[in-house]
Design a protein around this ligand. Structure first.
Ligand code: RDL
Ligand code: RDL
Ligand code: RDL
Length: 153
């Protein structure tokens, strides 16, 4: 299995390095990395990882800033990532951590690492162990902060 890791220099945490560290804990995964300036550059990077570097799935890692402009940028990037998935018929796991989700730099760093690691596991499951995802259906999973849990206990 080959996983693409697309990340940005805009992010204030090295999310690509964290993703690769997590992916490498799982045997039989090879990694292709592609770093771009910001989130709006991610869709084509992901498409190239799939089409030219033959990745089975890609993680798109990005950190939208807290201003309205940044949120608009993130929404546009998200639309591009969905478009790239439909064009290539491959999953692109969007791992965005909004800077204003965290109260301070320490929490931002923690959240970016935790969300990246959890989504890396989901990416592997999507390709190698879809039954494990099915087992978690409807359980209120979140990435980073605590899971919401099921509505009916
Ligand atoms: O193509 C070059 C840039 O336009 C592109 O890298 C943008 O994604 C950069 N960028 C912004 O221009 C912006 O206003 C980013 C953000 N905000 C942002 O919040 N997060 C980013 N990039 O990763
Ligand atoms: O590609 C991986 C994730 O980006 C993707 O699964 C998202 O749909 C996850 N997600 C969010 O990132 C979010 O901010 C979800 C929600 N909110 C939401 O409200 N409901 C979801 N997913 O099912
Ligand atoms: O309900 C609290 C959070 O789940 C909610 O604020 C989410 O929208 C936070 N979030 C993002 O903003 C995002 O871009 C999440 C993700 N991505 C994500 O991939 N997984 C999450 N939350 O659990």
């Amino acid at each position: 299995m080959r996983v693409g890791v697309a990340d940005t220099t805009f992010a204030r945490v090295n999310m690509g390095a964290i993703a690769i560290d997590e992916l490498k804990r799982h045997a039989s995964v090879s990694v292709e990395r592609y770093t771009v300036p910001g989130v709006k550059d991610l869709p084509v990077a992901c498409k190239k990882l799939i089409e030219e570097r033959r990745c089975d799935i890609v993680m798109a890692l990005g950190m939208p800033g807290g201003k309205d402009k940044d949120k608009m940028c993130a929404h546009e990037a998200s639309q591009g990532l969905i478009h790239a998935q439909l064009l290539t018929n491959h999953h692109i796991i969007e791992v965005f951590v909004h800077e204003d989700e965290a109260e301070n730099d320490a929490e931002l760093a923690w959240l970016a690492e935790q969300r990246t690691r959890e989504h890396a596991v989901s990416a592997i499951r999507l390709i190698l162990a879809p039954k494990e995802l099915e087992r978690d259906a409807g359980t209120g999973q979140r990435q980073g902060f605590a899971d919401a849990g099921p509505a009916r206990r």
